[in-house]
Write a new protein. Structure first.
Length: 172
């Protein structure tokens, strides 16, 4: 009689433990899938932001780009660029990509390096308002490149990857 009770309790304990382990495993799998989906979402938004940034800079360098600049109302000594109808879509694409990227970013470092990228791109556009693409100061391009490298390394950090090696002379 006691053997039957012990066998029944052992069976019940085994079923309970098995059910608990199964639920725990399902929770872990669901968590991994959730993390993978968000990783993919972040990568898509980061890629969209990088593409918009590159298009914005490419437009700035176009010989036909019509850009004007005015003093920035909150940053003395800085200029704010303004675009004509041809350039407005590039600005809007960059701003939308920047906002979307900030919504999904995990790390404050990712956001701060993206802020630097946008700031540098705007300063490049403001400088382009006063000179040709060929006469743009090289330090603006260097700063822009360094900000992009910082952004890429911040993303790599979010993904658990090592930083990219630095390329000598700040070239691409």
């Amino acid at each position: 009689m006691i053997g039957t009770v012990v066998a029944g309790l052992a069976g019940l304990a085994g079923v309970t433990l098995g059910g608990w382990l199964s639920m725990r495993n399902q929770d872990r799998m669901a968590q991994r899938e959730h993390e993978r989906q968000w990783r993919d979402v972040r990568l898509r938004f980061y890629n969209d932001f990088l593409a918009a940034h590159r298009k914005y800079v490419a437009f700035i360098l176009e010989p036909t780009a019509q850009i004007t600049a005015a003093p920035h109302p909150r940053s003395p000594g800085r200029l704010m660029p303004f675009f004509d109808e041809a350039g407005r879509p590039y600005k809007e694409l960059l701003e939308a990509g920047f906002t979307a990227m900030r919504l999904v970013a995990l790390s404050p470092d990712t956001v701060s390096t993206a802020v630097q990228m946008v700031t540098d791109a705007r300063q490049l556009a403001a400088a382009r308002a006063t000179c040709s693409a060929a006469d743009l100061p090289s330090d603006l391009f260097r700063s822009l490149w360094e900000a992009e490298q910082g952004f890429l390394n911040a993303i790599r950090g979010e993904l658990g990857l090592r930083p990219m090696p630095r390329v000598p002379n700040g070239s691409g």
